[in-house]
Write a protein that binds this ligand. Structure first.
Ligand code: SF4
Ligand code: SF4
Length: 280
């Protein structure tokens, strides 16, 4: 079957062991206010314009016959004298994409493939086929955990490593910052903890969003339910989160702050029983 991909990184050194091919699925049901991949949000193909190098000639606007609702006619792409405009989102057949990934097998012996997004569970059938077709490699997924339980269970059974986000523990606050409640996410996180599949919990760590004592204590209580102490990576908020929004024709209006030393020390104190690390 076919799926929509917005990027493929062929020699990635993160999101799993060794050298990896990282495949980014297009479309996400969450709207995290700190998201730094706005081109991954829409589940549709879209026009993106690089603002760097634009000479303001207006040719792209002049040629467009449907400025209110893009019909992907691609006239602006052909017209731009600087080649700054492209379609983001490429349709791939799972068989063709798996073949493309497996071409790199000789250099992926200590690594593998990581499926990321967007949200991979939004294209669960496509992901499931890709996991089957790349079974000779180490297969990792990155997920928010938001999706159907049937899909999550199916995907989990074919995955060698799961990176799973635990953004905010309180349901109301989670909805405020991501647009969705976290009940199903926490349910899937518990399933993951008892699945026997290796996993890493990831926390995007953002000052005054989830750095407070209450959130960290609730995280501690949740992690304590795991049969063995979980590994938790804190990803320190990146002040450059808004950099790609102009590319997707969107404005970034949030003003989040990076956690300070006191926030990091608080997390270390409360979560000392777990394998925690901090990444920029
Ligand atoms: S592809 Fe470009 S020219 Fe065509 S409708 Fe979309 S924005 Fe307009
Ligand atoms: S056609 Fe290209 S260079 Fe001209 S305004 Fe549009 S994006 Fe800028």
């Amino acid at each position: 079957m076919k799926g929509l991909i917005f990027s493929i990184e062929e020699f990635a050194l993160y999101d799993g062991p060794g050298i990896r091919v990282n495949v980014f699925f297009k479309g996400c049901p969450l709207r995290c206010r700190w998201c730094h991949n706005p081109e991954g949000l829409s589940p549709e193909k879209q026009i993106v314009r690089s603002p760097n190098g634009c000479i303001g000639c207006g040719a792209c606007r002049d040629v467009c016959e449907s400025p209110e609702s893009c019909v992907l006619c691609r006239k602006c792409i052909i017209t731009c004298p600087r080649g700054l405009i492209r379609v983001c989102g490429e349709e791939w057949d799972s068989e063709a994409l798996a073949k493309h990934i497996l071409k790199f097998s000789p250099i992926l012996s200590n690594g593998g493939v990581t499926f990321s997004g967007g949200e991979v569970l939004m294209q669960a059938d496509f992901l499931s086929e890709l996991l089957d077709r790349t079974a000779s490699l180490h297969r990792a997924i990155e997920t928010s955990g938001f999706g159907s339980t049937e899909a999550f269970e199916r995907v989990l059974s074919k995955t060698d490593l799961v990176y799973f986000d635990l953004k905010v523990m309180d349901g109301e606050k989670h909805k405020l910052y991501t647009g969705v409640d976290n009940a199903v996410i926490l349910k899937h996180a518990k399933m993951l903890m008892h699945s026997g599949v290796p996993y890493v919990f990831r926390v995007p760590f953002i000052k005054d969003v989830n750095t407070d004592e209450e959130n960290l204590q609730r995280l501690k209580a949740f992690l304590s339910e795991a049969p063995t102490p979980p590994t938790v990576e804190f990803l320190l908020y990146n002040k450059m989160a808004g950099a790609k929004y102009p590319l997707a024709g969107m404005a970034y209006t949030e003003h989040f702050e990076q956690p300070d030393e006191a926030d990091i020390e608080r997390a270390k104190r409360i979560l000392r029983a777990f394998n925690i690390s901090f990444r920029k």
